[in-house]
Every structure is written in structure tokens, then in C-alpha cells.
Design a protein around this ligand. Sequence first.
Ligand code: PMV
Length: 333
Amino acid sequence: MNQMDIVNLLIPHDRKMPAKMEGHGYAPSNIALAKYWGKRNKTLNLPITDSLSISLFDKGTSTSIEASPYTHDMVILNDREIDSDTLFAQRISHLLNLFRPDPSFYFKITTINNIPSAAGLASSASGFAALILALNDFFQWELDDKSLSILARLGSGSASRSLWHGFVEWHAGVSEDGMDSYAEKLPYQWPSLRLGILIISNREKNITSREGMNRSQQTSPFYSAWPTQVAQTMEKLHTAIKTKDIELLGSAAEQNALAMHATMLTSSPAFCYWQTETLSQIQKIWQIRNEGVPLYFTEDAGPNLKLLFTDEISDIVRSEFRDVEIIAPFHLS
Ligand code: PMV
């Protein structure tokens, strides 16, 4: 099975021509509380484990799509045209290859991203999810959520979780074609939950998450413990979300993130997304917690931290971390 086979399975044969002049989509970024780290199939981005995320509500990507006036795809990110040689533009064109009505058809993609790109803030997740939603609108596929999630996964694994607000679970699935590997919104609200974005650096990372997870999976002696770790995290998260238990949610998410970073440190060659400042902020969080304040963090494939807490301690968080951006994921949903 390759990506084209999956597209042929999902998209109706009579929906291969654009049905409108322009298509649009918005997708929120998402932060995994139980991480996706390792694949059972690299072509289809099929994960080894389930994962669970919280979406960042109004932090995300808006994308418009139309026919390109040129004989190449155009990608405009935050008002700047991206050079077609960059990895970013190539990944988009690679996904678009699956949907061209004919080989001489090129797309113009205009995308606005209000989160820092490639700094571990999951911009590829919202980026590919918004692109699939814009394509769904452009071609009027009228696909269901499950199919959209599967298509978004072909662009980037974590994009399968970026189609909804709130808590989202991605089922790893077992089938070879990945038709059972898709994400779903969980039916729980937690209005007082807060995420704090602590930007340590906006610089592009040297190792993509794609490369990093492959290296961990292939070379870390700790990787064999990872699937059990995630299964335990998933169980704790389900209980925490149902009972609105921030201590359980925070400690489970924090331990899961640290276990993922442990697989990186023990890879060969070893790699590390942390910067000095990342560690000093982690120690500060631990110190605040030792004083009885329920503050936790998670960290993806980048140096930035995402604080996890509830609104009762928002004032403490604001005074301790002056540059923190606080997000209320259940603001309007
Ligand atoms: O979807 P990718 O290939 O960008 O990988 C995402 C990996 C993490 O952000 C570290 C974890 C996750 O589940 O989002």
C-alpha cells in the first residue's frame, strides 16, 4: 500500500476536479499529552502507539487553496513566498501530488500560521490538517472526519489529531493499510484547564521530529519500554480527563514527555532538543511544584515548554513566567 492507494480508497472518483475557485480550512495546533514517537509504517505514518492531545484553540493555521497561475506549486506562508527548494515547500508539494487532477495542474497555497514554525510547537500538525480541510473544500469531497484524519496523517502523523478543538485521541490501529489509524475528538470539556506556552527559542531545529523518532526507534535501548509507558500514560490521562484531576493529568503528561526525551538522549548518535534555558525552566517548575502549586509541563521535539495547570493558579504562573502565553483550550467549544 502506498499513499496513492489510500487516496484512491477514500476519495470518490467523481470528485477529482476542483469544484470551486478557492478552498479554505482552519486547524488548531495540538500538543500531545501522550506522545506519538515511532512508526510501524513510515510511508503511511502509522504509529507504534496511541496518542492523546489537547488543541490550542485559536493558535493554528488558516489555509486557502486555488489553482496556481504558474507551472509550479506556489506556497505563501505568512505573506512570504517559500522557495520551492526548501524542505517545507517540498513536503507540501509531495502531499499535493496525491491530489492533482492531472500532472500539469499546480496549486497555489496561501497559509497563515500564528504559531512559531518548526520550534516544536506542532505547526506541521495544524499546517497539514488545514491543507486537507482546504482541499476538502476546494474539491467538495465532503469526507467524514475519519477520512479527513487519515488524509491529514499522510502529511504528518500529528496532523491526524489537529482537526478538532479539545481533547483528541489518535488510535494507532493494527491494519496494514492504516484505515483503522485515525483520530477522534473525546467528549469531555474542562473549561478551567490552561496551557502556558513558554518560548525558549524560535530557531529552526536541526533534527526534524521525523528523523528524531526514527533514530530513537532504531537505536535507543530504552525504546522497547516506550509502548508500555504510553499505554500507562493513556490510562492515566483518560481518568484525569474524566475526573478533571490536574495532578494526574500533569504528572502523566510530564512523565511521558521525559520518557520520550530519554529515548533521544540514549540514541546513537545521541541528540537533545533542550537548551540550557529549557532545563532551568524545568527546575523552576519543579521548585514551584514542591511549594504545593500544581504546575506541570510537557515538551515536544523542540526546546520550548508547555505548562499545564488550571485557572486557579493563572496569576501565579503569570507572575513567575513573565513572557508566558496562556491559552484556554475550551474557550468557546
Ligand atoms: O507529526 P510529526 O512527524 O511532526 O511528529 C510529532 C512528534 C511530537 O510532536 C514530538 C509528538 C506528538 O505526538 O505530537
